[in-house]
Design a binder for this molecule. Structure first.
Ligand SMILES: [Ca+2]
Length: 289
């Protein structure tokens, strides 16, 4: 595989709506709400003709939403005119703040709405008025998990396999769909490590690690999570928060660190012929005041 991404490679957050639960005000002829997140351009959701139809994605956790994409159906596209996009933490659709309004959108076209980091667990599309039909071909919600300290940090790893850059472990992409875009990996070596620099000292309550889904989940077995302020032996002398016995393929496991203080989060697998692959690392905690 060749790579010319170099240092300027792009980060690819994944569509948070994919991992959530979708619902809508009514379902016409089996056109269920999931059809807006199936990745297919030849299927779309469809409500009955009604007053104030809506579609909602529950992202299950609060996100800081940077942008929303809406792909219109290839026919009857003008039905979407006037649709409102809202983001917030309230299941009731009208209590959440507005990110954007779709004035018009051509048949089959995709529009991107910048939401500037609006925070919310719910993303809603609705059309105000009577005798309306809401039909969505695809919906994307892109952002970062709210409160994840890793997002603002910088990362480095002991070696890099092809384009499995260290940054891909903090790109808000769990790598479960397109692994090559979403995960970091070292080469096969002795004591491979990956280190996140939070840029200042935090009290770390929780570290969440996502393992790769496609194969070889057992390579994660025995990985240590270390937290502290020392860079001695690349951080491998810092105190241990947890030793990971195992994480099943494609799963995200959470480790409680009880407020351990540190600027650096190290992941290390001790031993020979080890490879450290991380699809996502999230860090939650509090700043030191
Ligand atoms: Ca990732």
């Amino acid at each position: 595989m060749t790579s010319n991404w170099g240092l300027s490679f792009k980060l690819f957050p994944e569509n948070a709506a994919l991992w959530g639960q979708t619902s809508q005000s009514s379902i016409y002829a089996g056109s269920i709400p999931e059809l807006a997140v199936d990745g297919l351009l030849n299927s779309w959701t469809h409500t009955n003709e009604e007053t104030n139809p809506w579609w909602r994605a529950d992202l299950l956790k609060a996100y800081r939403v940077n942008r929303v994409t809406i792909t219109n159906r290839p026919t009857y596209g003008s039905r979407i005119n006037g649709a409102v996009i809202r983001i917030g933490n309230v299941p009731d659709i009208y209590s959440n703040a507005i990110c954007g309004v779709i004035s018009t959108l051509a048949n089959g076209a995709t529009a991107t709405f910048s939401c500037g980091g609006m925070e919310g667990r719910y993303m809603i599309v609705h059309i105000p008025g009577s005798q309306k039909i809401l039909s969505l071909c695809e919906v994307g919600v892109y952002g970062t998990l709210a409160g994840n300290l890793a997002v603002g940090g910088s990362v480095i790893q002991s070696s890099t396999s092809a384009n499995w850059f260290a940054e891909k472990a903090i790109d808000s992409n769990r790598g479960l769909q397109q692994l090559y875009m979403g995960c970091s990996s070292t080469l096969n070596e002795t004591n491979p490590w990956w280190r996140l620099d939070l840029r200042q000292i935090y009290r770390v309550n929780q570290v969440v690690v996502t393992n790769r889904k496609d194969c070889c989940a057992e390579r994660m077995d025995g990985a240590e999570i270390r937290i502290g302020n020392s860079l001695e032996i690349n951080g491998s002398k810092n105190p241990i928060c947890a030793v990971i016995p195992a994480i099943p393929a494609g799963e995200s496991y959470s480790y409680s660190c009880g407020g351990m203080e540190g600027r650096y989060i190290n992941m290390i697998i001790p031993g020979d012929m080890k490879m450290l692959t991380l699809c996502e690392v999230e860090v939650y905690g509090e700043g030191m005041t």
